[in-house]
Design a protein around this ligand. Structure first.
Ligand code: AMP
Ligand code: ZN
Length: 492
């Protein structure tokens, strides 16, 4: 079953297949590294991660390129305020971005392209646009794209731009819908600004030309999918289309995916609104990286998602359920044989799961059969009607689930530890929630020692001390489980 995905360009759900019959070539607009990303930004990267993982699970080979915008208006402004070069200024945020995507288990794209390392390709593209009459130079040495030269402008965002004023210009990287104007391809250097000496002058690229040049450099004139958050549809992607297609006369991308916003109280989560949380903010409040991942992907990408702490708590509970069940299967002893009902339930769940994701990445629908299967299996186990072959069949379904959702295997300790270390180094100790601090105050070795002491106390029938230790650990979020195979502990 091919993956079917809504295509902003055609306005319908289209199959997504590699046009060269080999690998699916996709380009996703990456972060602008002027600050820490907020979880709205990460919702977009997470949903693109869901797509890439599901394509792989479906047997589609992919070549995924993501850029890093490490030169733009905001970076130039902030670095000059900080008295740093743009490279020194953005390095910290590049590192933070990779740490954050690792914490959220967002897979690294096959290629990561930094804008500042591809300036010659951008210059070349401006030269080609100039040769065809689509670009012109202004008196200050900047270059602009002539919108009037590209009648198809607006075809992605379906904007009616008929009232557009010919020759009116806009030189900022980001602008609003009512200012569809000739936009900057290349900006002449202002005194003190970072700039490159090139054949088209002393200056720096505009944001839009960066993505046109890098996507075509890595993926060719025409590729399969271009993705980003919904705000990029206009003007960023519209401008990329205009720049690229004016020189190639081929569609830049066949398929365009736009992830809808993460909202707070009905408004877009954004730096400028001041209504944002970074990943670190949430980790320091004690939420787990896996819960943040699950909460941000469980509402399908075509729907806006209102961020709430209840949503994170719900996701935490869902993950507990998944992990406990998984542990029950892995550690349980099951007799040889199979229960045909469970075998059928596992097959159906797998089919329904795959079909839901193939249908425009409906993550909400895809979750449902997995939890139904958990319920049916738990009940069968409780009634002694669950066998060795059932365990294997159900574990296989969980493995497919985790190939995309990636929350069952527990990788939560590391990101939290790192966030705490970061807070301590950057003078943000006050942001670390007291419960989290208590939880982390015990090392693994200290817990092992207390658990051993408790076992000893029980042997000596000193139940008061044993209970005391259990309660002390529970207060710090450490759960002790006694089982046939001995005592285990885990952090809540
Ligand atoms: P930026 O670093 O600002 O270039 O943004 C990186 C990505 O995050 C882009 O694809 C944006 O469209 C996306 N984005 C920004 N704000 C939000 C939000 N509130 N919800 C979802 N995606 C967002
Ligand atoms: Zn872009």
């Amino acid at each position: 079953m091919p993956v079917r995905l809504f295509n902003t360009l055609t306005g319908q759900i289209d199959p997504l297949v590699p046009s060269d019959g080999q690998a699916l070539r996709m380009y996703a607009c990456g972060p602008t590294v002027y600050d820490y990303g907020h979880i709205g930004n990460f919702r977009t990267f997470l949903q693109i991660d869901v797509l890439r993982r599901f394509l792989k699970l479906s047997g589609v080979e992919i070549r995924h390129v993501m850029n890093i915008t490490d030169v733009d208006d905001k970076i130039i402004r902030n670095s000059s305020e900080a008295g740093l070069s743009i490279g020194d200024y953005s390095a910290r945020y590049v590192d933070a971005f990779f740490e954050d995507i690792e914490a959220l288990r967002i897979e690294r794209p096959e290629e990561i392209a930094r804008a500042t390392e591809h300036i010659p390709r951008m210059v070349e593209l401006v030269q080609r646009l100039s040769q065809s009459g689509a670009a012109y130079k202004t008196e200050d040495g900047s270059w602009y794209f002539r919108l009037a030269s590209f009648p198809e402008y607006g075809k992605l965002s379906k904007k009616d731009l008929s009232g557009m004023e010919d020759g009116a210009r806009v030189d900022v990287d980001e602008y609003e819908k009512d200012s569809a104007r000739d936009f900057a391809l290349w900006k002449a250097a202002k005194p003190g600004e970072t700039a490159w000496d090139t054949a088209i002058g002393h200056g720096r690229p505009g944001w839009h030309i960066e993505c046109s040049a890098m996507s075509m450099e890595f993926l060719g004139d025409s590729f399969d999918l271009h993705a980003g958050g919904e705000d990029l549809m206009f003007p960023h992607h519209e401008n990329e289309i205009a720049q690229s297609e004016s020189v190639t006369h081929k569609p830049l991308a066949h398929h365009w995916m736009h992830v809808r916003f993460l909202l707070v109280d009905g408004r877009k989560m954004s730096k400028s609104e001041g209504n944002f949380y970074t990943l670190r903010d949430l980790l320091l409040k004690g939420y787990k990286a896996s819960a943040i991942r699950l909460a941000l992907i469980s509402v399908p990408y075509r729907h806006q998602l209102n961020f709430t702490f209840e949503g994170l708590i719900e996701a935490t509970a869902a993950i507990e359920r998944l992990r406990n069940f998984h542990e029950r299967l892995v550690n349980g002893a099951f007799a040889a044989g199979e229960n045909s009902d469970i075998q059928t339930a596992a097959k159906d769940a797998q089919a329904e799961y795959m079909a839901s994701l193939a249908n425009d990445l409906n993550t909400a629908e895809a979750r449902a059969p997995i939890f139904d299967l958990i319920r049916a299996s738990n009940s069968a186990i409780d009634h002694g009607r669950f066998f060795d072959c059932d365990r294997n069949a159900v574990l296989k379904v969980l493995a497919s689930f985790d190939a995309v959702f990636d929350v069952i295997e527990d990788h939560d300790a590391e990101p939290t530890k790192r966030a705490v270390a970061w807070a301590e180094q950057s003078g943000r100790q006050a942001d670390i929630a007291p419960e989290l601090q208590a939880r982390l105050s015990l090392s693994d070795e200290a817990i092992d020692a207390l658990v051993a002491e408790r076992t000893q106390a029980k042997k000596q029938r000193n139940f008061a001390r044993a209970d005391q230790i259990r309660n002390e650990l529970a207060e710090k979020g450490i759960l002790i489980e006694d089982s046939k195979d001995g005592v285990r502990w885990k952090r809540k």
